[in-house]
Write a protein that binds this ligand. Structure first.
Ligand code: UT7
Length: 335
């Protein structure tokens, strides 16, 4: 029997229409008495703009648009999917999963789309490494024969978790969604290797510590981050995980055509690229336009480079992410 491989059939993404440049955000924060500047944000992070949802727009709304775009790119419809995984830390509800809500919305998109009902659907919560985790889980399920075609989405409305009185975090994040359609078949290539890692000792350095209890929110339901601690851990683990997946696939650094990293900070991305011996023109960069969109950042970056024609069929892509938990991981993909 020939081996089964997981292939990327199509990519899609979606950004909310409300775009805030650094100047817009600086002006908004100044009205609240908070001092920051375009210079500081650009120099320390590389971010120049981010998108925020309008009131009433939810993660599943963004996930729906990115999924429809990815399905269209794959030449498929919702009825062709038998597994839905949504990576998010900003679900529409405590439960059911955003993946189930997305399934309902997709099923309502056309008469044939009802065929998606019955597909397995669940969320993955690994914060900014969420898309890597979701991709790894989908790949394992497809290769095990649990499903044939998967929709894997990273979608977030991080703007709703931000404390707009904390300048050290509120300038960093944005909202958005990205999606890929995967298919299991016996053609060589596709997802070559994945790795998912976590170290729970670092739960407190990046977290939203609030929770719901008996109808009340207990604790602080806004994002807290020890930026420098996260930065130091991130640069270490991102190199290690990339080398691990290269070794698993029996490949070298020089076999990477594109680095598609989590878009949190351009300095982390530059450091990772340097360690992997990749010039910056081999790195997909969207942090300047999107900010940090957590689980959505990698599929948003991937889709932008595919649609602009930079990433081409057959090229090898190193996707990697790191986030709260502490979680991190990578996926090496032949597109
Ligand atoms: O997606 C999950 C992974 N997350 C990340 O990868 C984030 C990792 N961390 C980072 O990207 C960086 O640590 C930050 C961008 C968050 C911060 O950059 P930094 O170079 O580590 O700055 P810092 O925290 O050392 O702060 C430097 C100075 C401080 O002032 P003093 O103490 O030197 O006087 C801060 O108070 O910058 C000040 N500062 C600001 N100034 C203007 C902090 N935030 C701001 C701000 N505007 N928004």
């Amino acid at each position: 029997m020939s081996a089964i491989h997981t292939h990327l059939l199509g990519t899609g993404s979606h950004l909310p229409s409300r775009r805030l440049s650094n100047a817009d955000l600086v002006a908004q924060l100044a009205r609240e008495g908070l001092e920051t500047s375009d210079d500081w944000i650009v120099e320390r992070t590389g971010i120049r703009a981010r998108h925020f949802v309008e009131p009433g727009v939810t993660t599943s709304d963004l996930a729906l648009q990115s999924s429809l775009n990815a399905l269209q790119a794959a030449g498929l419809g919702p009825q062709d999917i038998d597994l839905i995984i949504v990576a998010t830390s900003t679900p529409d509800m405590v439960f059911p999963s955003t993946a189930c809500i997305l399934q309902r919305k997709l099923s309502e998109s056309s008469e044939q789309a009802k065929g998606i009902l019955g597909a397995a659907a669940f969320d993955v919560q690994a914060v900014c490494a969420g898309f890597i985790y979701a991709l790894g889980v989908a790949d394992a399920m497809l290769r095990a024969g649990s499903a044939r075609r998967a929709l894997v989405v990273g979608a977030e409305v991080f703007s709703r978790l931000l404390d707009f009185s904390d300048r050290t975090t509120c300038v960093l994040f944005g909202d958005g969604a990205g999606a890929v359609v995967l298919e299991a078949n016996d053609q060589p290539g596709g997802i070559l290797a994945t790795e998912m890692r976590a170290d729970g000792r670092y739960v407190d350095i990046l977290c939203v510590p609030g929770h719901v209890q008996n109808g009340t929110i207990l604790g602080d339901p806004v994002l807290k981050m020890e930026g420098q601690a996260v930065f130091k851990l991130a640069v270490g683990v991102l190199e290690e995980t990339a080398l691990n997946v290269l070794a698993k696939a029996g490949l070298q650094k020089t076999d990477i055509d594109w680095l598609v990293p989590h878009q949190a900070n351009i300095r982390i991305i530059q450091s990772t690229a340097r360690k992997l011996g990749l010039p910056m023109d081999k790195v997909v960069l969207t942090v300047q336009d999107h900010g940090n969109t957590s689980a959505a950042s990698i599929p948003l970056a991937l889709d932008s480079a595919v649609r602009s024609g930079h990433i081409r069929r057959g090229q090898r892509l190193m996707l990697e992410g790191v986030g709260g938990g502490f979680t991190w991981g990578a996926a090496l993909v032949q597109y």
